[in-house]
Design a protein around this ligand. Structure first.
Ligand SMILES: Cc1cc2nc3c(=O)[nH]c(=O)nc-3n(C[C@H](O)[C@H](O)[C@H](O)COP(=O)(O)OP(=O)(O)OC[C@H]3O[C@@H](n4cnc5c(N)ncnc54)[C@H](O)[C@@H]3O)c2cc1C
Length: 503
């Protein structure tokens, strides 16, 4: 069985990137088919909470007057100027009109009412912390967006997975091939193709190879990378794809994706998550302390620090610390990453349950804990000794943790080591594009008819460290998608102008 379609623009993937590309093309009178592997639009963008944009109406109303130039400068510096400068500039400058367009399509958006405070490390930097525009009532908004696009003539094919691009001998892209759920072969002939399939975060083995560890925890939709593979096969160059590592979670914990004002990126209803979300003592899987635990207040720095030890580490606590948590005397609970339940609890029972569930280890003394958890005994004893000294003198000579967070020593058994795992939210980065999201070949020349955005496009991020500016990936998805759609329109118009007929 097979089916063929002919359109101006074929869009593969309907996350923020694909939806914005389809909208831009259809709004300019082009015929568009958007194919989607799943049975609904949205992809990881639908799970994400908000959108980074500068100098928006919402910001001005909140008294925040931000400059796009300053945002561009900060992003370039964060990325060590390894990012694509012209692309970064166009994305930052076009985030605001894109946000307004997404609102028109049916998404309610409000500036994070706790601007600058969700990630405590961002206090004082309105660019990193005050630019997070939160999606409202997403479950109703996405069907509205779909309807708006259908009204503009976009045809959606669901349960349809892109397989490959169709490329003419001169290298021009002339369409794509896909497979429907019922195994029907689909061919879409198109003058332009936007590959918006959202990277390859669903392919855990590939991510493990790329990130050199199998200890990361996968979140998000199962995008397997067919789009990225096709882009490379057509001559695109994968310059910087990597996993978007983001905070950590208690091993095996369940995180709901329910976003609310209180829990911006979902939350776990286990109160033990508060132990994860406070800067206690952390050790690697060999029992060695490895970082300044204050990083828990920034999703990215936290994930990066723990990624350095493979993405898995343990939170070390003694009985007195757990009792303090039971009595509500913990330190400030981070709101970076999935929030912690605010429910009260008996933390010793919770930790014992974690031991029973195989996600924590216990020992009456540190020697027994080392044996049970598989730590090197000497490493653990030395790390604890040095940490307790740091707590006593409020001076961490090893990792420079702030004195205020050197609150709990690890002294009286029983001792617990609670397992945490860095999560990744799909992949970001991808093939080299120009500032119009045209895919470039190895000679830095556009491959005619081929565009990529969102988690398939490279150049917006430096490399393995995702910039800690809230909403950057989601904002990039919508904005790059829109620019890719507009570039397809423009390129098609200039073809017409050349010889009076579209090709
Ligand atoms: C839990 C979670 C929370 C997040 N929170 C935030 C946040 O708050 N802020 C932020 O900036 N970023 C966040 N992110 C990251 C951000 O959502 C993504 O980087 C971004 O949305 C990617 O957009 P995209 O359009 O490239 O891909 P997606 O939105 O993932 O869309 C890709 C679409 O393509 C489809 N697809 C895949 N393969 C194929 C194929 N072969 N054929 C057809 N269709 C295919 C997928 O099903 C999907 O619908 C979060 C991610 C997750 C998982």
């Amino acid at each position: 069985m097979s089916k063929e379609y002919t359109v101006d623009v074929a869009v593969a993937g309907t996350g923020g990137t694909g939806l914005a590309a389809a909208d831009a093309a259809a709004s300019n009178g082009l015929s568009v088919i958007a194919i989607e592997k799943l049975d609904q639009i949205g992809g990881n963008t639908r799970i994400s909470s908000g959108f980074f944009a500068i100098d928006t109406k919402e910001q001005r109303e909140a008294g925040l007057h931000l400059s796009t130039q300053e945002a561009i400068r900060q992003l370039n510096e964060y990325n060590h100027y390894l990012n694509n400068g012209p692309l970064t500039k166009r994305i930052v400058e076009n985030a605001k009109p894109t946000l307004e367009e997404v609102e028109k399509l049916g998404m309610g958006i409000k500036l994070n009412p706790t601007a600058c405070t969700t990630q405590f490390a961002h206090r004082g930097n309105p660019y990193a912390g005050g630019s997070y525009h939160m999606y409202q009532d997403k479950e109703k908004a996405y069907p509205r967006i779909q309807k708006s696009l259908e009204n503009k003539g976009v045809k959606f094919l669901f349960n349809t997975t892109m397989q490959d691009l169709i490329q003419a001998e001169d290298g021009t892209i002339t369409g794509l091939t896909a497979k429907a759920e019922n195994s029907e072969d689909i061919t879409i002939h198109a003058k332009a193709v936007v590959v918006a399939t959202g990277g390859f975060g669903g392919d855990k083995k590939r991510v493990d190879r790329l990130m050199h560890t199998d200890r990361l925890r996968k979140l998000g939709v199962p995008s397997m990378g067919e789009g990225m593979n096709a882009l490379e096969k057509a001559g695109g160059v994968n310059i910087d794809s990597h996993a978007l590592i983001h905070a950590a979670q208690l091993a095996k914990s369940k995180v709901t994706q329910k976003t609310s004002k209180k829990h911006l990126a979902g939350f776990s209803d286990n109160p033990l998550t508060r132990v994860l979300l406070t800067p206690l003592m952390w050790v690697d899987t060999d029992g060695r302390r490895f970082t300044n635990e204050d990083t828990v207040y920034d999703t990215v720095l936290w994930a990066n620090a723990a990624y350095n030890v493979g993405g898995m580490y343990y939170i070390l606590v003694d009985k007195a610390t757990l009792e303090a948590f039971t009595n509500g005397q913990e330190m400030t609970v981070s709101k970076a990453g999935p929030g912690g339940s605010t429910k009260k609890g008996d933390f010793i029972s919770l930790a014992d349950k974690a031991v029973d569930d195989g996600i924590a280890f216990k020992g009456v003394d540190l020697e027994e804990l080392a044996k049970n958890a598989g730590f090197d005994k000497e490493n653990l004893l030395n790390s604890v000794k040095r940490y307790n000294k740091a707590v006593k003198f409020k001076n961490d000579i090893e990792f420079a943790k702030r004195g205020i967070n050197l609150k709990f020593s690890v002294e009286k058994g029983p001792f617990y080591a609670i397992k945490a795992q860095v999560a990744y939210l799909g992949t970001v980065g991808g093939v080299r594009v120009d500032d119009h999201l045209r895919v470039l070949d190895s000679s830095f020349k556009p491959i005619k008819g081929l565009y990529a955005g969102g988690a398939n496009a490279g150049g917006y991020y430096e490399g393995q460290s995702y910039p800690a500016y809230e909403g950057l990936a989601s904002g990039f998805a919508w904005t790059s998608g829109r620019l890719a759609g507009l570039a397809a329109v423009e390129d098609m118009r200039s073809e017409v102008n050349k010889d009076g007929s579209t090709k």
